[in-house]
Design a protein around this ligand. Structure first.
Ligand code: GTP
Length: 334
């Protein structure tokens, strides 16, 4: 089975982290999101992955120089301009010569979904396309479906107004597609699979969906990216584990680290307190500083306090400064 993984988005919501590293290359438990995602596809029988690249392709090429990721052969398709989700799938599938049933995954989704079970479901329904679904308390920020008893999608509504969703089952960002779906997508044009292609397949009765209660997280927002890291450290993933403090991190024996991930090369000085946070490579937390519920790539000065904040590679909190709910550098500043 072959797969296309969409990794060409701008990752706007994760700025300033994504100013230096594209979202799927950000680490979760010290391993890039894309590598954990591809490893799960491999467990489900995928043997070749085409990365649908656009924004910042270089870090992917550098990270996997031998063309393999998690033991799977990689193919790179770099769009000349962003083509949106369906346009990117068409471009990448044409590039790789895909002409059989294939899997598609959003490159920022972490899940323990059994992809082989989803392919079997897809085949049993003779579906043209099958979507993985997850139940969430508030579906209004997602694509929501209404299903019949056989799993056929009756309606697909992208981001319904609060209170109007027909179910709490959302598009979880993994699909099984027949090659006939590609013929529905015009070449070289910006097309959204959620807004254009899926509704067209629903109209022809060919869209099915399989709901599961597997671990699932869309890492696209800072609070979810943080949660994904803490989940892995806490052993909440079926297959993935990590040591919270990487052996190449420089942590003083007089610092206290609780429910947090500290990446290789990050430094934490004596007296510092780090809780429910992620310190990435390049982060430094100076003497007696406090970091809580935050993601840090930059520098936290001595005695500073950083809460509910995101510091990118150039983000600095001065010694003694207290911040809550900030992003530095400010991604909205021109
Ligand atoms: P935001 O800017 O924060 O919304 O993030 P994003 O750009 O990643 O967008 P979103 O999370 O909606 O995208 C879902 C998936 O599709 C992600 O894995 C993106 O990398 C990918 N994606 C979105 N647009 C494109 C595109 O034009 N081309 C390619 N190749 N991938 C895309």
């Amino acid at each position: 089975m072959r797969a296309v993984v969409l990794v060409g988005g701008f990752g706007t919501r994760l700025r300033p982290l994504t100013s230096s590293i594209p979202k799927p290359m950000l680490p979760v438990g010290h391993v890039p999101i894309i590598e954990r995602l591809v490893a799960n596809l491999a467990r489900g029988g995928v043997v070749e992955v085409t990365l649908a690249l656009g924004f910042k392709p270089e870090p992917f090429l550098e990270a996997f120089p031998d063309g393999h990721c998690a033991g799977v052969a990689l193919h790179y398709a770099v769009e000349p301009e962003p083509l949106d989700t369906a346009g990117a799938i068409r471009f990448a599938a044409d590039h790789a010569g895909i002409d059989d049933t294939f899997v598609v995954a959003n490159g920022d989704v972490l899940t323990d979904l059994d992809v082989s079970a989803m392919v079997a479901f897809h085949r049993s329904r003779h579906a043209e396309a099958t979507i993985h679904l997850i139940g969430v308390p508030d579906p209004s920020a997602f694509g929501v479906v209404a299903l019949d008893a056989d799993g056929r999608v009756e309606r697909f509504i992208e981001k319904p107004a609060p209170g109007t969703a027909p179910s709490n089952l959302i598009n979880a960002g993994t699909y099984v597609l027949e090659p006939s779906v590609l013929a529905r997508i015009p070449v070289g044009q910006k097309v959204s699979i959620e807004r254009a292609t899926f509704p067209a397949i629903v109209a022809d009765g060919g869209l099915f969906a399989m709901a599961t209660d597997d671990y699932w997280l869309d890492t696209g927002r800072p609070e979810y990216y943080l949660e994904a890291n803490i989940d892995i450290a806490a052993g909440r993933r079926r297959h993935d584990r990590c040591h919270p403090v990487h052996p190449d991190a420089l942590v003083s024996p007089d610092a206290v680290i609780t429910r947090s991930i500290v990446g290789p090369g990050a430094t934490v000085a004596a007296g510092a307190l780090v809780t429910d946070s992620v310190l990435l490579t390049g982060a430094s937390v100076d003497t007696d500083a406090v970091v809580a519920d935050s993601v840090v790539m930059g520098r936290v000065g001595a005695g500073a306090e950083v809460r509910h904040s995101v510091l990118g590679a150039d983000g600095v909190v001065a010694p003694g400064e207290h911040v809550d709910g900030v992003k530095r550098p400010d991604p909205d500043a021109s």
